[in-house]
Design a protein around this ligand. Structure first.
Ligand SMILES: Cc1cc2nc3c(=O)[nH]c(=O)nc-3n(C[C@H](O)[C@H](O)[C@H](O)COP(=O)(O)OP(=O)(O)OC[C@H]3O[C@@H](n4cnc5c(N)ncnc54)[C@H](O)[C@@H]3O)c2cc1C
Length: 457
């Protein structure tokens, strides 16, 4: 099915929901909000505020702090890592494509992981195979090293705006709502939450979105071979109707248990996680699905698979695709296949164009223009990671974690420069951002080359 882009902004949504008169104050009416009894005024003020602590947010936080900005990163979960940490052991792809360092951010994380020894990380071609519990600690070590402050259990639920300027966010805490103000905000929520809350136009594909997947760990499958799973696909579906049409198992870095990645909700429906009812349904179906998968393996699997034991699941479903910003440039599949280069390149993306268990296409290394990190209509806001400005397939071309760290790094550096110079991110001299990224070890000359299959897989 072809995917077109549906444009939506918070303001349009409110209008459509006929809530506009009552809810209009939610968009940027700081004074009205401050009067609410359960709302505490800004006690935290920072230069750069990064919202979301997945690969993009970690990249942005490290990039901004290393560039000298007072930086605070917020995370809704109890730990940092985003899908890299929810994935319960998946490989972090494109962290070292071409088997060489990709830049300061990627290398700092590797250094912190390696400090914990073999249990923490195994480096292969371009990938880091990590034990997620070590990853969670290593991210904190990296943030500490660059002097970045952080808060977990801090979900941003609103943007603070003054005119078209984003001035901070409101977080939900046990003491009620709390304001945090910043010179620049970097939205790394994966779902462009802050851009949407601030009224910037956003994009969502109209066709089928990439599926969500609840990762799981299983044990007692030592010596498993891929063929052991074949009977499960073909024979178990009638008894276990929720099982996905595709899955594979991989041993977690130097551990005696395995990680399963699979096609998740692909055969269960089309779920947009920005709609709470759809999000909830996808999550709940996925929990039952995980148990059905293990039961199906135990009853229909061959070899060691029939002894498998469920060790645990991700804390929540992993989201491959949802809402993205609309920037002055929208990255597309054509850009990825052509290996396009841009004068305002601040990062590049490598690996497969991978529409989660739906289509995999070999692409070229292609550059990311700075314009794809800047939402239209609002100032003081940058975006990084999977919610940058891109089409459905364009987004799928950049979703490997190494690429998300890279756009995060660039957004963090730009945020720090904007805060220091008081020049809006949109008006910054891109050559200065590029210069700073090069100083951080980023090779911005890449773009246009085809990777070997071994390096892109
Ligand atoms: C099931 C699945 C399997 C994948 N497999 C691989 C793989 O094997 N290798 C690979 O390299 N890539 C893989 N990917 C892709 C990769 O994981 C993602 O593209 C990448 O994690 C995106 O990074 P991000 O930082 O943009 O978003 P995310 O990883 O989604 O992180 C966003 C973070 O922001 C936080 N957040 C969200 N909203 C708020 C808010 N309002 N306030 C505060 N915090 C908030 C979230 O809790 C989360 O920690 C996979 C993705 C999925 C879903």
């Amino acid at each position: 099915m072809s995917n077109t882009l549906q444009k939506q902004g918070r303001r349009t949504f409110l209008k459509q929901a006929t809530l506009l008169p009552a809810a209009a104050g939610l968009v940027g009416a700081v004074g009205a909000q401050a009067a609410q009894p359960n709302r505490r005024p800004a006690s935290l003020q920072t230069d750069v505020l990064v919202v979301g602590g997945g690969p993009a947010g970690i990249g942005a936080a490290i990039g901004a702090a290393k560039a000298g900005a007072k930086t605070l990163v917020l995370e809704d979960e109890a730990f940092f890592g985003g899908v890299a940490a929810w994935g319960v052991g998946m490989c972090m792809n494109q962290m070292r494509p071409f088997s060489e360092p990709r830049g300061f951010v990627h290398e700092l994380l590797l250094e912190k992981l390696q400090a914990y020894g073999d249990q923490a990380v195994r480096l292969e071609t371009h990938q880091f195979f990590v034990n997620v519990e070590y990853l969670k600690a290593a991210v904190l070590d990296a943030l500490d090293e660059v002097g970045c402050t952080y808060l977990v259990h801090a979900k941003a639920v609103e943007a603070i705006t003054e005119g078209d300027q984003v001035k901070g966010v409101v977080i939900s805490t046990k003491s009620g709502l709390q304001e945090i103000r910043a010179n620049v905000v970097v939205d790394c929520t994966g779902d462009a939450d802050i851009a949407y809350f601030s009224g910037a136009p956003t994009l969502t594909a109209t066709g089928k979105l990439s599926p969500q997947t609840l990762g799981l760990n299983v044990g007692n499958v030592e010596g498993y071979g891929r063929k052991d799973l074949m009977p499960v696909f073909t024979e178990a579906r009638e008894q276990y109707p929720l099982i996905p049409d595709r899955w594979w198992m991989h041993q977690v870095s130097n551990c005696n248990f395995s990680y399963i990645n699979h096609s998740g909700t692909k055969t269960l429906g089309n779920f947009d996680v920005t709609d709470i009812e759809q999000f909830s349904k996808a999550e709940c179906l996925s929990r039952k699905q995980a148990v059905q998968m293990v039961e199906a393996m135990r009853h229909f699997g061959k070899g060691v698979v029939k002894n498998c034991e469920l060790v645990g699941t991700s804390p929540r479903i992993g989201v491959r695709e949802s809402r993205r910003i609309e920037g002055a440039y929208i990255l597309s599949e054509e850009d990825a296949l052509a290996g396009r280069r841009f004068d305002d390149a601040i990062a590049w993306r490598s690996g497969w164009l991978d529409i989660g268990f739906t289509r995999v296409t070999q692409m070229k290394v292609h550059q990311v223009p700075y314009r794809a990190l800047l939402p239209k209509q609002v100032e003081g806001l940058l975006v990084a990671g999977r919610c940058i400005s891109a089409t459905h397939a364009g987004a799928s071309a950049g979703k490997s974690m190494g690429n998300c760290f890279a756009t995060g790094h660039a957004a963090g550096v730009a945020g720090a420069m904007s805060s220091k110079t008081k020049v809006s991110p949109r008006a910054l001299d891109v050559k200065e951002i590029q210069k700073r990224l090069r100083q951080d070890g980023v090779n911005l000359d890449r773009g246009g080359e085809m990777q070997s299959r071994e390096m892109s897989n």
